[in-house]
Ligand binder design. Structure first.
Ligand code: CAA
Length: 253
C-alpha cells in the first residue's frame, strides 16, 4: 500500500506508540483518523500529524463500546470518504500477581475487575475495531490493511495474566482474520512490541524494570519510532499478512 492519501485509523492515538505511529504515517502522506478517550492527547496528536503531513481528525471513542466503534468507522468513512487501514493499538494494563503471598499467607490476588477491564479494552476492543474496519473495507471493495498491536507479553509475562491473555488472543485473531479476509484483498498483521519507552512501561517498578532490561540483548528499551517504523513497513509491504512482527530487542520472556 502506498500511503500517499490513504486513510488510516489509529486507536489509542492520544499518546505513546499510537501517537508516534500516527505521526509517522502522516509524514508518509497518509491521512489519519485518531481515536482515544483522551481529548487532550488527541488534540496534540492531531496537531503533530498536521505539522508532519496532511489531514488529521480525531474522535473521542471508547473502543470497548460496540455502538461507539460502529459510529467511529461510520464517521471516519463519512469525513474522509473511505477507510484504507486501521491500527488497533489502544490498550491498558492492570498488572498484578495471580496470587500474592507473604510468609506462606495469601495477602492479595488479581481482582476479577482488573481481569475484565483489560480483556474489555485489549481483546474485545481490538475485535470490535477490526470487525468494523473490515465491514467498511469489504463494502469499498478494494482491500485494506488491519494491524493489531499484540505484545511480547503474549508469551506469558509475570504479573500480567490479564494482559498476556488478551495479547495472545490478539495474535490468534490476527491469523484467523488474515485467513478470513484475504479473499477481499485485506491483509491483517500484528506487531508484538517488547518493553518500549512509554508511560505504560514507566509504571513498572524500577527494580523489576532493571531485571527486564538486563535480559534484553540490546540492553535498552524500544523507541516509539521503532514501532512506528514497523507499522509503516507492514502497511507498505503487500506480501505481509497473517504474521506477528516481533520488535523487542531480542528479549525472550
Ligand atoms: N521479571 C522477574 N521477576 C519479576 C517480574 C519480572 N518481569 N515481575 C515481578 N517479578 C518478581 C518480583 O521481583 C518479586 O520477586 P521477589 O519476591 O523475589 O522480590 C515478585 O515477582 C513479586 O513482585 P512484587 O514484589 O513486585 O509484587 P507486587 O504485588 O508488589 O507487584 C506486580 C506485582 C504489579 C506484578 C509488579 O511486580 C509489576 O509491576 N511487575 C511488572 C509487570 C510487567 O512486566 N508489566 C509490563 C508493563 S509494560 C507493558 O505491558 C507493555 C508491553 O507490551 C510489554
Amino acid at each position: 500500500m502506498n500511503l500517499e492519501g490513504k486513510v488510516v485509523v489509529v486507536t489509542g492515538a492520544g499518546r505513546g506508540l499510537g501517537r508516534m505511529m500516527a505521526v509517522m504515517i502522516a509524514a508518509k502522506g497518509g491521512q489519519v483518523a485518531l481515536a482515544d478517550i483522551s481529548e487532550e492527547g488527541l488534540k496534540e496528536t492531531a496537531r503533530l500529524c498536521r505539522e508532519a503531513g496532511d489531514k488529521a481528525s480525531y474522535y473521542i471513542t471508547d473502543i470497548s463500546d460496540e455502538s461507539a466503534v460502529e459510529q467511529l468507522f461510520t464517521n471516519v468513512a463519512g469525513d474522509f470518504g473511505r477507510v484504507d487501514a486501521t491500527i488497533n493499538n489502544a490498550g491498558i494494563t492492570r498488572d498484578g500477581l495471580l496470587v500474592k503471598s507473604r510468609d506462606g499467607k495469601v495477602v492479595g490476588k488479581m481482582s476479577l475487575e482488573d481481569w475484565i477491564s483489560v480483556i474489555q479494552i485489549d481483546l474485545r476492543g481490538v475485535f470490535l475495531c477490526a470487525r468494523e474496519a473490515a465491514v467498511k473495507m469489504i463494502e469499498q471493495g478494494d482491500g485494506g490493511v488491519i494491524i493489531n498491536i499484540s505484545s511480547i507479553s503474549r508469551a506469558g509475562n509475570i504479573g500480567q495474566a490479564n494482559y498476556s491473555a488478551a495479547k495472545a488472543g490478539v495474535a490468534a485473531m490476527t491469523v484467523t482474520w488474515a485467513n478470513e479476509l484475504a479473499r477481499y484483498g485485506i491483509r491483517v498483521a500484528a506487531i508484538a512490541p517488547g518493553f518500549c519507552d512509554t508511560r505504560m512501561v514507566a509504571n513498572v517498578p524500577q527494580k523489576i524494570l532493571d531485571k527486564v532490561k538486563a535480559k534484553i540483548p540490546l540492553r535498552r528499551l524500544g523507541k516509539p519510532e521503532e514501532i512506528g517504523h514497523s507499522a509503516v513497513y507492514i502497511l507498505e509491504n503487500d506480501y505481509f499478512t497473517g504474521r506477528t512482527l516481533e520488535v523487542d530487542g531480542g528479549l525472550r520472556i
